[in-house]
Design a protein around this ligand. Structure first.
Ligand SMILES: Cc1cc2nc3c(=O)[nH]c(=O)nc-3n(C[C@H](O)[C@H](O)[C@H](O)COP(=O)(O)OP(=O)(O)OC[C@H]3O[C@@H](n4cnc5c(N)ncnc54)[C@H](O)[C@@H]3O)c2cc1C
Length: 533
């Protein structure tokens, strides 16, 4: 089978979806291929901050100004995925006092509103904030749910005629001489191989971007910068809290949904698919949290996870002859200028916050290459609001309470109902329980799927496996893989309430339901043993 398109985008993270939206709105026939689910990569594992730019004003003013502009645009375009929490930059007694003036001057230069707030007022708004705070400034930070944001972008791309294909892994880049003419992808659910012909391929594979470029015999060095974060099971602040000092580890606390997330660290790792969260990272994050919020450790850390930043490193050619554009924080590589290979662009690095801007710059380059003039429309074109409003637990509670009959609750922590699971499965048809988590937040609350995993597996069986005659082994595998992923995030935090919770969960699944003895369709990559868990 062969499919023809104008622009083929590789990678269904923030960068790829931003590029696909821009391309389709400029009238290009567009296909996006993603090997996993939406937000399967770094975008589903980020810190959740829609930057105001304040973090970058001293070290990278360009990037800071970009962030602020894009922050305003995204807030306007997709309020359903963004909570306008506002942010504070708080200088503690140990932070370098001379940084405050640099920060204020930097915000002024970048046009970022940063208003100094009397400490008494800040403490009224955030009573748990360290009362020793020396100076504090309000900025327009926000928090953003990347799962919801990517759903919105995908719906927008599809509504405009674009094609987003999940579970399609690019396994080959097809070259005719020195021109890329398309790719070959494998549908990883069916094993089917599909050929795609495209005028232009845009590599948005994030930390995997170097691997994709290699398929076209181009060398792009993308380092994987692992960052670890810890979600505390209480949303103890309602405003993003940043330390007012040069950016470093563990200096931001972001309220998202029902939790608050402290992060991040940064350690370069060899492989974006294989990395561990170190005890030292967890200790550091909790210790830094304690500085912002005294007695931070008294709250229960719920889960730890890590994502990998794509860190682009250019050695090959001097910057002047390369097609890196404008901002130093992301790179847009035209492989024709760089390697003599036509028909391929790599977009690497950057931030979630600047996804729209990066796409605009990449598509401006694409238009020049395809010798066509089509203006960018992404900043003005509204994104339709989703059927469901901005997620809050209170809203779900209201819905559950006002519809008691239809409200079979599957996940008590996040109040996910049977009707919601049925709708999501009807949409995705996916046998992966983690996809359901990304769609509905199922299993993300305090019991970490202790009570919802078996119920959701039962629904998978009833709604997807039985009608299509699939063996129960497929559902067993989905259940085991989901549990394994949940337990992996709990393992670095095994003390107090979290330890008790994991013991309960393990008793349910190991001793009562005997998951270790279930016949599986595939061997899980890693299954925690009694010793490690
Ligand atoms: C720890 C951490 C915290 C961060 N916090 C913030 C923050 O608070 N605010 C902010 O603005 N930014 C933040 N960032 C940066 C932001 O998360 C990233 O810049 C952004 O999510 C990268 O998106 P991406 O689409 O480029 O990469 P990804 O989201 O990784 O997407 C790449 C996609 O390519 C797919 N892919 C790979 N190979 C193939 C293949 N062969 N075929 C098909 N698909 C393939 C992958 O499955 C993946 O889904 C953070 C980054 C990290 C690591």
């Amino acid at each position: 089978m062969s499919v023809t398109t104008d622009i083929l985008v590789i990678g269904g993270g923030a960068t790829g979806l931003g590029v696909a939206r821009d391309a389709v709105l400029r009238g290009f026939k567009t296909i996006l291929l993603e090997k996993g689910d939406l937000a399967h990569g770094t975008t589903g594992r980020y810190h959740g901050l829609l930057h105001s730019g304040g973090r970058y004003v001293v070290r990278d003013p360009h990037s800071a100004a970009d962030c602020y502009r894009e922050n305003l645009i995204l807030k306007r375009l997709m309020p359903a995925a963004i909570e306008d929490t506002g942010g504070f930059f708080a200088a503690l007694p140990e932070d370098p006092p001379d940084y405050v003036d640099k920060f204020v001057a930097g915000c002024q230069a970048a046009g970022i509103p940063a208003e100094e707030v009397p400490l008494a007022l800040a403490l009224r708004e955030e009573p748990l904030l360290n009362p020793e705070t020396v100076r504090i400034f309000r900025v327009p930070d926000a928090s953003c749910d990347s799962f919801d944001a990517l759903h919105l972008l995908t719906e927008n791309v599809r509504a405009a005629g674009g094609d987003v294909r999940l579970r399609h892994k690019v396994v080959r880049i097809v070259r005719k001489g020195m021109r890329v003419t398309g790719v070959e992808a494998e549908n990883i659910l069916t094993g089917e191989r599909i050929a795609f012909q495209a005028q232009l391929v845009i590599n948005c594979a994030g930390a995997w971007g170097g691997q994709i470029a290699k398929l076209a015999d181009c060398h792009v060095e993308v380092l994987a910068g692992k960052g670890t974060m810890v979600a505390m099971n209480v949303r103890m602040v309602h405003t993003v809290l940043n330390r007012l000092k040069p950016p470093s580890d563990g200096d931001i606390l972001v309220p998202i949904g029902t939790v608050a997330v402290i992060g991040t660290t940064e350690i370069v790792v060899d492989n974006p698919d294989q990395y561990a969260m170190e005890d030292s990272e967890i200790d550091l994050l909790l210790a830094e949290g304690e500085k912002l919020i005294p007695r931070f450790r008294d709250f229960r850390p719920l889960r730890a996870w890590a994502g990998v930043r794509p860190l682009f490193k250019e050695h090959k050619v001097p910057v002047e002859t390369d097609s890196r554009l404008i901002s130093r924080s992301h790179a847009i590589l035209d492989h024709a200028a760089r390697d003599g290979v036509e028909g391929l662009i790599t977009l690497s690095g950057g931030k979630f916050t600047t996804l729209r801007l990066m796409a605009e710059q990449a598509l401006d380059l694409a238009c020049r290459k395809l010798k066509t003039e089509r203006p960018c429309r992404t900043a003005e074109t509204p994104i339709d609001p989703p059927a469901k409003p901005f997620y809050t637990l209170g809203q779900r509670l209201k819905a559950v309470e006002s519809a008691p009959k239809s409200a079979d609750v599957i996940c008590e922590c996040e109040l996910v109902t049977r009707a919601q699971v049925e709708e999501a499965l009807g949409h995705s048809g996916s046998l992966v329980l983690n996809d359901l988590r990304r769609d509905l937040r199922l299993g993300m609350g305090p019991c970490q799927a202790g009570f919802c995993a078996y119920r959701a597996a039962g629904l998978l069986h009833e709604l997807l496996a039985v009608p299509s005659g699939l063996e129960v082994r497929a559902i067993n595998s989905a259940l085991v893989e989901f549990l394994q992923e949940r337990w992996k995030g709990m393992r670095p935090l095994l003390w107090g309430a979290n330890l008790r919770q994991l013991e309960l969960d393990q008793n349910i699944y190991r001793n009562l339901l005997g998951v270790e003895r279930l016949p599986l369709q595939r061997e899980p990559e890693e299954y925690p043993t009694e010793k490690t868990a």
